[in-house]
Design a protein around this ligand. Sequence first.
Ligand SMILES: [Cu+2]
Length: 279
Amino acid sequence: MSQITDSIKQENPQSPTRQSLSALNKVTLVASLGQALFVIANFLIVWLLHGAFVPEFFIGIVPALIVVGLLAGRVRWAPALGAVQALLTATLFLANPNAQDTLTHPGSGFIDFIAEVIVLAFVLIVVVAGVGATVQNYRGGMPRPQRWLQPFLTGLTGIVVGMLIVSALAAANPATSSASSTGGEATVHMTAHSFAQNVVLVSKGSRLLIVNDTSVEHILQNGMWTNTTPRTITEPGAPVVHNVDITGGSVQIGPFTTAGIFHIYCTIHQGMNLTIVVQ
Ligand SMILES: [Cu+2]
C-alpha cells in the first residue's frame, strides 16, 4: 500500500503532497508585501499631502511585488532577491534628504515618520528572513525550526511601537514659539516641506532671516497658498520676494519698512505659507 502511494508521489511530485512554505519563506513573503504596501503609503502621503508626485517610489514597490510572486511560486532564490531589493529600497530612502529630515524630526511630520519607520522595519525583516530562507532553501531537507525568528520579530515590533509612541508625543507637543530671534533679528526655519512656524513677528525697519535646516530646495515668493492653489500677490509696503531659491543655507528678506501683515509662500510645497507681522 505504501509502495503504491510512493510511486504516485514520484509520478506527480507537485501535488497533492506539495509542501507548504517554510516559516522563513513565509516571513520573507509577508514582509516583502508589507514593505511594498508601506512604500505605496509613503508615495501617496508625499503625493496627496505634500503635492509632490515622486515616481522613484516605484523602485521600492515593483521589485518587492515581483519577489512576492516568486516566493509564492516557491522559487529557491526568491528570498535572496528579496533581501537585495529590500537593501536597495532602504538605501534609496536613507539617501533622500526629505526622508532624512522626516526621520530626524519626527514631530514635524508624524504620518510621514510612521510610514517610513514601518518601511525600514519591513526591510530589516526581509533582509534577515530572506538570507535565512535562502540558506535553508539551498541546504535542502526538512526546514529546521528557527528559534530566533519569533524573538526577533517580537523585539523589532516592540522597537517600532516604542518609536511611534515617542514621535506621537513629539508631534503632540510642537515648539510653540511664534517668533524667535538671533541677535535681535527675527528668524524663521524651514524643514523639508514647511516653515517651522507659520507666523513671525518682525520689528519695523528690520529684516527677516529665513534658514533652511535641510538641503531640500524651496522657492519663496510674495503671496500664499489657498488650499491647493498658489497665488502670487503684491502687498503694498512688502519687500519684493520673487523666485528666491534656497537650497540649504539662509536668506535675508527685507527690510520691512511698513507696518502691516505680509505673506510669503514656497512655490514648490503645497500649503507652505508664512505670515509676517511687522510692527
Ligand atoms: Cu518649500
